[in-house]
Design a binder for this molecule. Structure first.
Ligand code: GBH
Length: 481
């Protein structure tokens, strides 16, 4: 009933998102240096099907196809990321800059603008230059990392001047930190689990690395505001991942409380310092000295978001754990489950073990963020789903499959309800993803997008039903001027 009344404001921006390493390929071309993902993919057993981003969607050579695809979908914007090691192949502030790398992205942005498409650019989507990992341990060395990231950010912000109005410093720092330095399932693969990696300490490194990323974000925002924002008039933020949490046993107060803990450990870890100028109490309590924060660093990041960048996919049931947390715990001493106490699933099964759609959770999380951070402007920078067995469907069925269309209908509808009914200031939405691509540790087996990519035949792009559907969903919801 409710959703029929809901709408979105007339200036609402929508489109699709991608990331450099997941789509570009051309890893050795025109001076690009290797990133930690190039290295990680070469380690046997890390990526499904021993895949890598070596070719991916070959977008480096097919920018015109991608722009044509965006136009065919009627998309007024496009979120993509820049590969740091194309711009500064070795990564560091005293290393050479690769003009060819800059030219590639400049031309792409010019072509987008010429096609009437608004670019939204992510500076960092997980592909750290390999040399920086080798030189000083990458994110682990705060002083070096912050200085090098600030330099890279300045080079890019300067080159793109007024062409780009929407900037994202880091995509999902939680993933680089937890998956990269606690579970070890993502590059650089550090963990306490010695069956996975001979190096790493999952009890201390995540908190050190989290601090580096937050401060690097603050440093880049300071540069943007002091040197570019005045004349360019754009906006900058960090994008945080965060899914909704429901209690495993709604009658158990410990499970109810654990839901907030889960969200605070995932989101407020970063968003509290940015919006409230301090870390969440629950994290300070559990982590004590392990959670580094100087007053100076907190002051740098406090107030550093022009908008809240929100990546959101699904929800989990949460069960509180009893007893003291493990030293390597990063969740707030709780379990993430897909079924509740009665065996009821939070949503339908998809191809991704972690993802079961639960659209009402999107609306409630939008409201939760809006309340906690005093009504920030929110841009949803990713939302989407995989489909169980999609890769094995015959092409005609795959293209026509309803599951992803329904996902977008439900999720975009929930967002419109949050705007209309709950007064949440949500102003943009980017679907993940424009085209099937390198799905990190899951390789190419999991497809996540509105466009089928034929990896065997010249990376041909064939729009699925959902490619058109999203435009129609927004058309029906966005108020006419
Ligand atoms: C996004 O992350 C990424 O930004 C994008 O590059 C990616 O392609 C897309 O999702 C689809 O995966 O291993 O059980 O601890 C999504 C957020 C958060 C989803 C961490 C997977 C791991 C759950 N991710 N989560 S688990």
């Amino acid at each position: 009933m409710e959703s029929t009344k809901s709408s979105l404001p007339s200036d609402f921006l929508w489109s699709f998102a991608t990331a450099a390493y997941q789509i570009e390929g051309a890893v050795n071309e025109n001076g690009r240096g290797p990133s930690i993902w190039d290295t990680f993919c070469k380690i046997p057993g890390k990526i499904a099907g021993c895949a890598s981003g070596d070719v991916a969607c070959d977008s480096y050579h097919r920018t015109h196809k991608d722009i044509a695809l965006l136009k065919a979908c009627g998309a007024p914007a496009y979120r993509f990321s820049i590969s740091w090691s194309r711009i500064v192949p070795l990564g560091g502030r005293n290393d050479p800059i690769n003009e060819k790398g800059l030219q590639f992205y400049l031309k792409f942005v010019d072509n987008l603008l010429a096609a009437g498409i608004t670019p939204m650019v992510t500076l960092f989507h997980w592909d750290l230059p390999k040399e920086l990992q080798k030189r000083y341990g990458g994110f682990l060395n705060k002083e070096e990392f912050v200085a090098d990231f600030a330099h890279y950010a300045r080079v890019v912000l300067k080159a793109f001047g007024s062409k780009v109005k929407y900037w994202i410093t880091f995509n999902e720092p939680w993933c680089s930190i937890i998956l990269g330095c606690n579970t070890g399932s993502f590059a650089p693969g550090r963990t306490s689990d010695r069956t996975k990696n001979p190096v790493g300490d999952g009890s201390t490194e995540p908190w050190i690395v989290g601090h580096s990323l937050l401060v690097a974000h603050g440093a880049a925002v300071k540069i943007y505001r002091e040197e570019f924002k005045v004349q360019d008039g754009g906006e900058i933020c960090i994008t945080l991942n965060g899914d909704w949490a429901e209690p495993w046993d709604p009658e158990n107060p410990a499970d109810i409380e654990a839901c907030d803990l889960k969200i605070e450990f995932a989101i407020s870890w970063f968003a509290d310092p940015i919006y409230l100028g301090k870390h969440p109490d629950c994290m300070m309590q559990q982590l004590g000295e392990r959670l580094p924060a100087t007053l100076e660093d907190i002051a740098l990041v406090h107030g550093s978001n022009d908008f809240y960048g929100m990546n959101h996919y699904c929800a989990n049931y949460i069960r509180a754990k009893m007893g003291p947390p493990e030293p390597t715990d990063v969740t707030g001493n709780l379990e993430l489950l897909l079924e509740d106490k009665n065996g009821h699933s939070i949503g339908p099964v998809t191809q991704s073990p972690w993802l079961r759609p639960h659209a009402p959770g999107f609306r409630t999380l939008l409201k939760w963020l809006s309340d906690r951070y005093a009504f920030p402007k929110i841009y949803v920078t990713e939302n989407g789903t995989s489909v169980l067995g999609e890769n094995d469907l015959p092409l005609d069925r795959l293209l026509d499959y309803e599951f992803r269309v329904q996902y977008f209908r439900d999720y975009i509808g929930a967002m419109a309800d949050a705007y209309t009914m709950d007064g949440v200031n949500v102003r943009a939405y980017m679907a993940w993803s424009l085209m099937d691509n390198f799905e990190w540790a899951e390789g190419y087996e999991t497809r996540f997008s509105v466009t089928y990519v034929d990896y065997e035949n010249d990376q041909k792009r064939i729009p699925k039903k959902s490619a058109k559907a999203i435009g129609q969903i927004f058309d029906a919801l966005i108020e006419k001027k």
